[in-house]
Design a protein around this ligand. Structure first.
Ligand code: HEM
Length: 415
């Protein structure tokens, strides 16, 4: 395979700065240029290899010589990575047993348990409640004639669906959202000290809350997922409280951050392409297919990383050394013209939209994807019935974060 530019060549040609306001306003021209100039390039400043094309991102996600973590096979000193900063101890504790931190065999053990709650049957059982809840929340907003989609609808909606699945009471839902928002800032490139301090404090509060929940379920079991985790037996043993805390937190956080932003980004795309919204409203395109195109066109998670765990790894003809970090650009891959025709067009009837990279792939593929799809479909369907005439009240602003890619808010009105 040819065309894989050497590091130096690329850094001379292109400026890739996710913090640049022009990039944040519309990242796709830059992402498209990157993808067409080089399938893989090294960014010396960020000390990462970036992967841009659909085929390569797809195979990296499935590659067993890459891992979300390296600590099970290498020490930080060995590859020149600083040890985890002890100031953010509470945050690292919640990460320690998160599915997103683990590799086999720990990952396999915990993922098997969580997967038991995501069987097609148990997820399907959430479809009707998810539809009813979407209508229930959107009806009064439609009567009012104006809403801020994320705060008034998407956040309370997604958190209610995931809490229902886990058996977490809803009375603290604004706290859950606040802890989660602060914690996920740690996944961005350059995390300012104040953001890390806030994330650490949020992790400590979230931990305390889940520990209390575990204690309650142990004393009084219920028919819910927290109880199932408390009672689970794996390989003859029980899960430790630390393992349960991490698992509940990753499910709560992953379970709404991306869903909320998928709906925000996708609804913005509709507001900017009213002819596509009219197709959905008229019933010419199923809400489910529209949901796939929403994720392809403007994915709520733009970048995921992997560590190279073996000596013989290469992408195309570019060898990438053991201990190196790889960043996969989902937004670039989702607009790859090798897979999608007219990739920059938002086309809700696109038949192969579901080939997007949005839910990842391989060992860490999104375990909540079936639930996320149900939520998105239910929301689009309720919006189409109750807000057929939606339009933007004002130009929305991006949060400024790139990895977790979303809007500050989205004010909509009925015309
Ligand atoms: C539109 C919404 C969503 C999107 C775009 C999304 C995307 C993703 C992606 C790309 C990954 C893989 C990360 C990687 O490979 O490094 C992932 C993992 C994960 N997702 Fe989602 N997700 C969504 C909704 C959800 C929901 C609703 C839940 C929970 C119910 C959830 C729970 C998880 C968990 C627990 C993982 C970690 C799996 C593992 O490491 O084994 N996600 N998600």
């Amino acid at each position: 395979m040819g065309g894989y530019l050497a590091p130096v060549e690329l850094s001379e040609i292109l400026e890739f700065d996710p913090a640049d306001p022009a990039f944040v306003a519309d990242p796709y021209p830059v992402l498209n240029r990157l993808r067409e100039s080089a399938p893989v390039f090294y960014d010396a400043r960020r000390k990462r290899w970036f992967v841009t094309r659909h085929e390569d991102v797809r195979s990296c996600l499935r590659e067993r010589r890459l891992g979300r973590n390296f600590r099970h096979v290498m020490s930080p000193e060995e590859i020149g990575v600083p040890p985890l900063d002890p100031r953010w101890q509470a945050f690292w504790e919640t990460e320690r047993w998160s599915l997103l931190w683990l590799e086999p065999p720990d990952h396999t053990r915990l993922r098997r348990l969580v997967a038991a709650a995501f069987t097609p049957r148990s997820v399907e059982a959430l479809r009707e409640p998810a539809r009813a809840l979407a209508r229930e929340l959107l009806e009064p907003l439609a009567e009012a004639g104006e809403m801020e989609l994320l705060y008034d609808y998407a956040q309370p909606y997604s958190i209610a669906v995931i809490c229902r699945m886990l058996g977490v009471p809803l009375d603290r839902h604004r706290d859950l959202l606040d802890w989660s928002h602060r914690m996920v800032k740690m996944y961005e490139f350059d995390v300012p000290r104040e953001a890390a301090t806030a994330a650490n404090r949020a992790a400590a509060e979230f931990q305390d809350y889940v520990v209390g929940l575990i204690r309650e379920r142990r004393a009084k079991p219920r028919d819910d997922m927290v109880t199932a985790l408390v009672q689970a037996r794996v390989d003859g043993g029980q899960l430790s409280d630390d393992e349960i805390v991490s698992t509940v937190i990753v499910l709560l956080n992953a379970g709404h951050e991306a869903s909320v932003n998928a709906l925000g980004n996708g609804t913005l795309a509709f507001a900017r392409h009213p002819e596509q919204w009219r197709r959905v409203v008229a019933g010419g395109v199923p809400a489910q297919l529209a949901g796939e195109e929403m994720i392809r066109y403007d994915p709520p998670l733009q970048l995921f990383e992997r560590w190279v765990l073996a000596d013989d790894f290469a992408i195309g003809d570019v060898p990438i050394p053991r201990g190196a970090k790889i960043a996969m650009l989902f937004g670039a891959a989702n607009r790859d013209p090798r897979v999608f025709e007219r990739p920059d067009e938002f086309d809700v009837g696109r038949e192969n939209a579901a080939q997007h990279i949005g839910f990842g792939g391989g060992l860490h593929v999104c375990i909540g994807a079936p639930l996320a799809r149900i939520e998105l479909e239910a929301s689009v369907d309720a919006l189409r019935r109750l807000w057929p005439d939606l339009q933007l009240v004002e130009e929305p602003r991006r949060t400024g974060a790139f990895v977790i890619w979303g809007l500050e808010g989205l004010r909509l009105a009925r015309s």
